[in-house]
Design a protein around this ligand. Structure first.
Ligand code: UFG
Length: 334
């Protein structure tokens, strides 16, 4: 019994690899290292540097390593980039996922866990937490590229007996509380990372995109979930798949929102630095509120989040950002 983790050297994938290794599982990571880092992986995981779209490579791994489950994180994730370069997203997220699913079917892999996104919901018209019964309506190539993979899994499962789980992430943030890994991509665009970098003096100031949204303080609301809780949901979902649980498509969020201003205040509070956050115009394509209805995942997986605390999320993100800065400035750092 071994798990293949695609994108395992990336932000969320590396947390999953640590969680599986911590539980004594055998893990093979497949990552092309385009945005991932070998340094964040535990020694016990085997890293294969390669392309998830290479069916021969994946087929060989499945056969030679006894892979019975695939956890698929690899992909491109920057929404504005997907608008500018959609075919990159349909290649990396859709076409290559098709090859991976084909290799899984051919190799008799019984369990497939896929990381999807709240971006499949597009601009929700409901003024309430979003449940899975809300019809997907992506507004970006990124969202479409992920939704297409959901559809392929649904149809391949019906035709070939593959069992799958799709988790639709809301805003993933924070870092491993033990400091072993975190968000390492230099040009990440996510709010909590940018606010932490500003607090640490790596940026002179940050920007708040829009204060005229129909929300209590005028800034956008998001459901920020600690990456370690998200990964715990994956561990539970994998166990459920291996135990023969049925196919599942579930949101992964806490079910509560924080505004951009509240996040900025939390980062100021936790860091003790009163950094500059200047108000600018709205960023195109931002929905005013994206909050998960998390009832299904709690019921189906028995998932009980342990780290639902904004200051805690920010504290772990700050610690990781500081460690990353020290590492990058060390002699010999790349
Ligand atoms: N924001 C700022 N300043 C910044 C960065 C972000 O004000 O410097 C604001 C954004 O405008 C938005 C909120 O902070 O209102 C959150 O923005 P993020 O970029 O952190 O995250 P998004 O909500 O845009 O994106 C997330 C995931 C995507 C997913 C999307 C679904 O990161 O993968 O939700 O819409 F597709």
């Amino acid at each position: 019994m071994a798990t293949l983790v695609t994108g395992g050297a990336g932000y969320i994938g590396s947390h999953m690899v640590h969680a599986l290794v911590d539980r004594g599982e055998t893990v093979v990571v497949l990552d092309d290292l385009s945005t991932g880092f070998e340094a964040v992986l535990p020694d016990a995981a085997t890293l294969v540097v390669g392309d998830i779209g290479d069916e021969v490579l994946v087929g060989g791994l499945i056969a030679s390593r006894g892979i019975d489950a695939i956890v698929h994180f690899a992909g491109s994730i920057v929404v504005p980039e997907s608008v500018a370069d959609p075919l990159k997203y349909y290649l990396n997220n859709t076409v290559k996922s098709r090859a991976l699913i084909a290799a899984a079917v051919r190799g008799g892999v019984g369990a497939f866990l896929f990381s999807s996104t709240a971006a499949v919901y597009g601009e929700p018209t409901v003024d309430a937490p979003i449940g899975e019964t809300v019809a997907p309506a992506p507004v970006s190539p990124y969202g479409w590229s992920k939704l297409m993979t959901e559809v392929m899994l649904r149809d391949a499962a019906a035709a070939h007996g593959l069992a799958y789980t799709v988790l639709r992430y809301f805003n993933v943030a924070g870092a491993d509380p033990k400091g072993r890994t975190g968000q390492s991509t230099p040009n990440a665009t996510h709010l909590i990372k940018i606010a932490c970098q500003t607090a640490l003096g790596q940026r002179a100031k940050m920007q708040v995109f829009g204060t005229d949204y129909p929300t209590p303080d005028g800034t956008c609301l998001r459901d920020y979930i600690h990456v370690t809780d998200l990964v715990e949901a994956h561990v539970l979902a994998l166990a459920r798949l291996r135990a023969g649980g049925g196919n599942l498509v579930a949101n992964c969020g806490y079910g509560r929102g924080f505004s951009v201003r509240e996040v900025v205040e939390a980062v100021r509070r936790v860091s003790g630095v009163d950094f500059v956050a200047e108000v600018v115009d709205r960023r195109p394509g931002d929905p005013s509120a994206l909050v998960a209805d998390s009832g299904l995942i709690r019921r189906e997986l028995g998932w009980v989040p342990a780290l639902d605390d904004l200051d805690g999320i920010v504290g772990n993100a700050l610690a990781w950002e500081a460690a990353l800065a020290r590492r990058n400035s060390a002699p010999g750092a790349r």
